[in-house]
Structure formats: structure tokens, C-alpha cells
Design a protein around this ligand. Structure first.
Ligand code: AMP
Ligand code: MG
Length: 307
């Protein structure tokens, strides 16, 4: 791939149709995209990311109508889709018997994860391509997700036939994942908050510890090379510091204490800080409310705390 040039929407759609991989901007993070119905293309994604095959992928589609062709929607699912799509919410639903999404994309499960992204370039490519597209984050497995074109190309650009530059990602964190199988469960917090979902469909149960039902809940994830130290009110000598709130710092997630700004900057700052080879990356305390739940979830995983 020529990483210095951004592809056109038509080139990206044609590459997907030919079973090739494409770097695709979304509002959450940059995705590594492939035709969800093509097992060879999907296998190439697992290969390029070094992602374990038991961890299923999210299928991205242009609208609710297309989503209803791959998954079975109940009243709760339709309600959430109508409220939050296009946007950073993924629904895990029973798969339709005639779904075009291949087994490998679903890791052999009888369920499928589906999302309608909001980024105009992602929407244009999905419309031009016409079918479901798997698009996990464009990083090598276990590394922080890329939120800029340059970071995406650096991570997995070599495996792609085309790459689209959509500017820095507005949200900066991966989508919220909600399973609607029996009880509604929050599998991964994100920019659509717990409170916003509960306002639509009532209380959310906790994600199951059962790794077969929630295969994405791996302990260490999103990790830079340097160790990560959380709730740090100041850096130790040799540490890089990600601040939050007033103060002059090279990497201040949000001087005004705004969680949206902090989320949008988090992965890019983790990567930049990591490049300076610090003894550790110390991160200021981040409030837990609202979007803070998702930011703290990613930070705990980056630090390797959760099991
Ligand atoms: P990523 O593609 O890296 O953003 O991750 C997608 C997330 O959705 C991971 O946490 C997956 O484990 C999760 N996921 C995808 N499909 C399913 C499914 N059928 N059941 C449960 N979780 C899923
Ligand atoms: Mg990922």
C-alpha cells in the first residue's frame, strides 16, 4: 500500500469486494476493515492483528435495515438502534439463520455484534460496498487503538490494499457493547454511557465472567510498551505524565476537566508518551461518572489490572 496517499471511497469499496483489507476511519477509532461474508478476508484480519480467533468481530452496516438482515432484533434492540444509531453503540444479538456474516467473524457463536457507525467516510464506504464489513480497531492485538490516520497506518497499514484518512477520531474510544440475549448486559463501556442506555431499556446486568459469552474481556489490552501507573497525582522522575485538569503539562488529557476531550486524546497521548521511552506512564485520577467509566476501563486494561 502507498501509505502517503488516502484512497477514494470507490477504491476502498472495490478493495473490500476483492477480499482485501482497508483502513477505515470511524468516529470511535480507526478500523481494519474486510468483507464480513468472506472467510478468507476475515482470516486475513485475525492474521494482520495477531488477534486470537476466539474473539469475534463487529459487523458494520449502513443502517438499521441492513442490520436487521444479519441479526434478530427485539423491542429493546430496535429502541437502542433508533436512539443511538448511527453512533458508538454495538449490539450483540441472536444471529439470523440466513446471515451473510461468516462463522469466523462470529468466532462460531450463535450471536453477532452489529453497529452503524456515524463517520461520513465509513458510511460512504458501507453504502458503496453494500454488505456488512468487519472492522476491529486497526492496531496489532493488545496495543492501544489508533485514533489518527498515521497511527493506523503504522500499526497495520502494511496488510492493507487501501487506507482512508478521516482525520482524528472524534470519540477516541471503542464503541459501547451491549448484549441483548437474555438480560441486557454491558460487555464494554463506551461513549454511549450506562445511564443513557438504562434510560431507554432499564437496568443493565454486569457482563458475565464467562469468557465464552464475553470473549473480548481479556485482562491485558490497549497496552503501551511502558508500564502504566494509575491515580497518580504527580509523576515520579523518569515517568511520562498524563494530566487531567488545570496545569501546564505536555500531555494534558483535558485542562478544563472535560471527559469527552480526555477520551478523544487518551490513546494518542498514551502512544506519544510511550515513544519517549519513559520508566512508566503515570496517569492522573479520572472521575468515574458518565464517560469516565469507559476511560477508566481502558486505563485499567492498559495497566493490566483487570481479569
Ligand atoms: P473490537 O473489534 O476490538 O472493537 O472488539 C469487539 C468487541 O465486541 C470485543 O470485545 C468482542 O469480544 C465483542 N464481541 C463481538 N462479537 C461478539 C459476540 N457475538 N458476543 C460477545 N461479544 C462479542
Ligand atoms: Mg480492538
Amino acid at each position: 500500500m502507498d501509505a502517503t496517499r488516502t484512497a477514494s471511497v470507490e477504491e476502498a469499496a472495490a478493495a473490500l469486494g476483492a477480499g482485501r483489507l482497508v483502513i477505515l476511519p470511524t468516529e470511535t477509532v480507526y478500523g481494519l476493515a474486510a468483507d464480513a461474508s468472506n472467510p478468507g478476508a476475515v482470516a486475513a484480519i485475525f492474521e494482520a492483528k495477531g488477534r486470537p480467533r476466539f474473539n469475534p468481530l463487529i459487523s458494520h452496516v449502513a443502517d438499521l435495515e441492513a442490520a436487521e438482515r444479519i441479526a434478530v432484533f427485539d423491542i429493546r434492540a430496535r429502541r437502542l438502534a433508533e436512539r443511538f444509531w448511527p453512533g458508538p453503540l454495538t449490539l450483540v444479538l441472536p444471529v439470523r439463520a440466513d446471515t451473510p456474516v461468516c462463522d469466523l467473524a462470529r468466532a462460531g457463536l450463535e450471536t453477532v455484534a452489529v453497529r452503524v457507525p456515524a463517520h461520513p467516510l465509513a458510511r460512504a464506504v458501507l453504502q458503496a460496498f453494500g454488505g456488512p464489513v468487519v472492522a476491529p480497531s486497526a492496531n496489532r492485538s493488545g496495543r492501544p487503538s489508533p485514533t489518527t490516520f498515521a497511527d493506523a497506518v503504522e500499526e497495520t497499514g502494511a496488510a492493507t490494499a487501501a487506507a482512508l484518512d478521516g482525520g482524528p477520531c472524534e470519540v477516541g474510544l471503542e464503541s459501547t457493547v451491549v448484549a441483548l440475549l437474555d438480560e441486557a448486559r454491558l460487555l464494554r463501556p463506551g461513549a454511549v454511557t450506562r445511564a443513557e442506555i438504562e434510560a431507554e431499556i432499564g437496568p443493565l446486568a454486569e457482563a458475565e465472567a464467562d469468557a465464552r459469552r464475553s470473549p473480548g474481556r481479556l485482562a491485558r489490552h490497549y497496552s503501551p510498551k511502558a508500564p502504566v501507573r494509575l491515580d497518580a497525582t504527580a509523576p515520579q522522575p523518569g515517568e511520562a505524565y498524563l494530566a487531567f485538569g488545570p496545569g501546564e503539562h505536555r500531555w494534558n488529557l483535558s485542562p478544563a476537566g472535560d471527559l469527552r476531550q480526555a477520551a478523544a486524546r487518551l490513546f494518542a497521548y498514551l502512544r506519544e508518551a510511550d515513544r519517549t521511552d519513559p520508566t512508566a506512564i503515570a496517569v492522573a485520577p479520572i472521575p468515574h461518572e458518565g464517560l469516565g467509566e469507559a476511560i477508566n476501563d481502558r486505563l485499567k486494561r492498559a495497566a493490566g489490572y483487570v481479569g
